[in-house]
Write a protein that binds this ligand. Structure first.
Ligand SMILES: Cc1cc2nc3c(=O)[nH]c(=O)nc-3n(C[C@H](O)[C@H](O)[C@H](O)COP(=O)(O)OP(=O)(O)OC[C@H]3O[C@@H](n4cnc5c(N)ncnc54)[C@H](O)[C@@H]3O)c2cc1C
Ligand code: SF4
Ligand code: SF4
Length: 413
């Protein structure tokens, strides 16, 4: 159980507390009945990061009103200045404070979610480095060239294994971000940055957990602080079964005898992880399950394969190699697709059984690995106390911080 004295800061006089403002705003505006526990970042970290459950979405960094959280040198969120205990890192973490299945109205009967149109698409001018049909890059560059968006928050490949989040403000920058990297870049963190003045309409590209974090911040904003989330007019999700920790994946691929210097692209297709070279030649092709030890443990708790909260979701499953499967979910998604007409060759998809199979597989996996109840009907919010009770005694229970972090907390929390 959480120590109440510790939570409120033993002996503290009443203070003008930014935490209360954030939570009170949410409660007042949305009638959220109870938002229990006051949480400092070190508690989010112990339940998520130090318990090896973090999926690197960056929502905690985006949501922190005092910009106290940044990306650490180990690739995980870390405290960069004093924590006010406002609890936002907890509330907006899809692995902790809210239920993505409730936010996204996930249904077991229809795990793929609402679809207005399903197409196989290939960019007419397929960008260099595109992962599949280049649909995402072609859509975004065309929307920007035609004046419909001003910027894109996306993940740029630094090499075949590692990506970095950027706010792209030109079609050239978008093109350099073509291709997938199976690494979580904490892209949502960009929402907490300043954008150039002219940027009013932003598109966001991300994995389903990132889309959930984005939607949570958009749907439950607070009055005294703005992030760039309110400027995001188009959310493009990517199908996702899991992501990887490059620090673990790189040595495993090298261990297969692959010359890492030659690897230009990692792909996951039909259950195989493929490392490909400059000309697309296969350097390695092995079952994805052989690399399970390098995947993010938190992904096993994620039920959302098909980015249920996105305006559209893109992947390769269900389409021929070199084309992208695009499921358009919302009016905003449809409007964007129509505005980019001419940028693709596309054909309708009538049959989504492969997508459905993977969506169900993610759902089953999550139900097995989540230590709390998977429940789309339950309260949106999960308190820290509930979390501790649900995870206590399991291999995912809250863990003490490593020494470098605990020193940091003593100083800054
Ligand atoms: C971690 C991960 C797992 C995936 N798993 C599957 C899967 O199991 N089945 C499936 O069908 N498809 C999966 N995909 C999607 C697939 O790899 C392609 O991204 C998708 O088909 C779009 O291809 P494209 O050619 O249209 O996109 P492109 O035109 O190549 O553009 C790709 C876009 O994705 C963005 N991006 C790249 N990497 C990341 C990242 N790590 N996080 C956020 N955004 C990123 C880039 O910024 C770019 O805008 C996965 C993608 C990722 C990142
Ligand atoms: S899962 Fe996302 S929100 Fe939660 S701690 Fe990790 S980066 Fe932050
Ligand atoms: S499997 Fe889920 S948690 Fe893991 S990266 Fe993909 S969307 Fe995020």
């Amino acid at each position: 159980m959480v120590d109440t004295e510790e939570r409120v800061g033993a002996g503290d006089a009443p203070i003008e507390d930014p935490a209360r403002d954030v939570r009170d705003d949410i409660m007042d505006a949305y009638g959220v009945p109870e938002m229990l526990d006051k949480i400092w970042f070190h508690k989010t970290a112990s339940a998520v990061i130090d318990a090896d459950r973090c999926v690197g979405c960056g929502a905690c960094i985006a949501a922190c009103p005092s910009k106290s959280i940044g990306a650490g040198s180990d690739g995980l969120p870390t405290l960069v200045r004093m924590c006010t205990g406002c609890s936002a890192c907890w509330d907006y973490c899809p692995m902790a404070g809210f239920r993505p299945e409730r936010l996204n109205h996930q249904s077991e009967e229809d795990p793929v979610g609402p679809i207005q149109e399903a197409v196989s698409a290939r960019a007419v001018l397929r960008p260099d480095g595109a992962q599949d049909g280049g649909a995402v890059t072609a859509l975004l560059t065309t929307l920007m060239e035609r004046g419909h968006i001003d910027a894109v928050i996306m993940t740029q490949k630094l090499d075949a294994f590692v990506g970095s989040p950027i706010l792209a403000t030109s079609p050239e920058q978008i093109r350099t971000g073509a291709g997938s990297v199976y690494h979580q870049s904490e892209a949502l963190a960009v929402l907490n940055e300043r954008a150039p003045e002219h940027v009013e309409r932003i598109a966001f590209v991300g994995t389903p957990c990132q889309i959930s974090g984005l939607r949570a911040i958009q749907k439950f904003p607070w009055e005294r602080r703005e992030t760039l989330a309110h400027k995001v007019v188009l959310a493009i999700g990517l199908f996702c079964t899991r992501s990887f920790d490059p620090k673990k994946l790189i040595p495993m691929v090298a261990g297969e005898g692959v010359n890492l210097g030659k690897v230009k692209k990692i792909d996951i297709r039909e259950g195989k992880l493929v490392a490909a070279g400059e000309g697309g030649e296969e350097l390695m092709k092995k079952p994805v399950k052989d690399f399970h030890a390098a995947s993010l443990k938190g992904c096993d708790e994620c039920a959302d394969f098909a980015a249920l909260g996105a305006d559209m979701v893109v992947g390769n499953i269900g389409s021929e190699p070199g084309t992208s499967t695009v499921l358009i979910r919302t009016d905003a998604g449809m409007e964007a697709w129509v505005k980019a007409a001419g940028a693709f060759e596309d054909a309708p998809i009538d049959e989504l059984s492969a997508v459905k199979r993977l969506a169900l597989r993610n759902l089953d996996r999550a139900k097995k690995n989540l230590q709390r109840e998977y429940d789309p009907e339950a309260s949106m919010w999960v308190s820290y106390t509930e979390h501790l009770e649900d995870y206590e005694g399991t291999e995912r229970e809250a863990a003490p911080p490593p020494p470098f972090r605990s020193h940091h907390y003593t100083v800054a929390c």
